[in-house]
Write a protein that binds this ligand. Sequence first.
Ligand code: DX5
Ligand code: ZN
Length: 216
Amino acid sequence: MIQIAPSLLSADFLHLEKDVEMVNQYADLFHLDIMDGTFVPNISFGFPVVEAIAKKATKPLDVHLMIVNPQKYVERFAKAGAAFISFHYEAALEQSAAVIEQIQALGVKAGIVINPDCPVEKIFPYLPKVDFVLIMSVFAGFGGQKFIPESLDRIRSVKKELARIGRPEVPIEVDGGVGVGNASAVIEAGATMLVAGSAVFKAPSPQEAIEAMRNA
Ligand code: DX5
Ligand code: ZN
């Protein structure tokens, strides 16, 4: 099953309710990008926005933490309504196993994320524990960037390693520059959760863009 997770970073914040309803109706997850201006050179939004979305959302919230010290904020995002929380391996390093356990202890699905310049093998030790893996196909920090084609091989490597350790069911999410034009390639490589910001919210018909990606 392919799931489409529109990234609300590209939503219309003046009319957020309208975009939340669109996701409820046509998509599978709300992808919420949390940026702290330190781990990435950009600041997005925080708890009040996540809580407001949670009130109206009928689809699960998928919170992508691009922050230093993820362990400090995981609990608050769980309380704010996250069903999935992913954190960057580069931000947690040897704390990664502890962060995964912390997220899972809150009853939330735990995902580990890597940027395009981080060797995929770095996250292999955590694959026996995670609930999903997020492969960045652009450098975290901004919406609207171009998909990095080498990401396809990185998805394949993670898929292969998950199969090797007997966990082929663990979903692989891909984030950055994903749209109607490359959805079939990322799905073929092994991703089943597709994040899309501009490809959904800048499309003449978000509904058609979502359906085209899901059926790519
Ligand atoms: C980038 C974010 C993405 C971003 C995707 O740091 O993690 O979720 O919003 O936007 P698009 O789909 O426009 O590349
Ligand atoms: Zn994201």
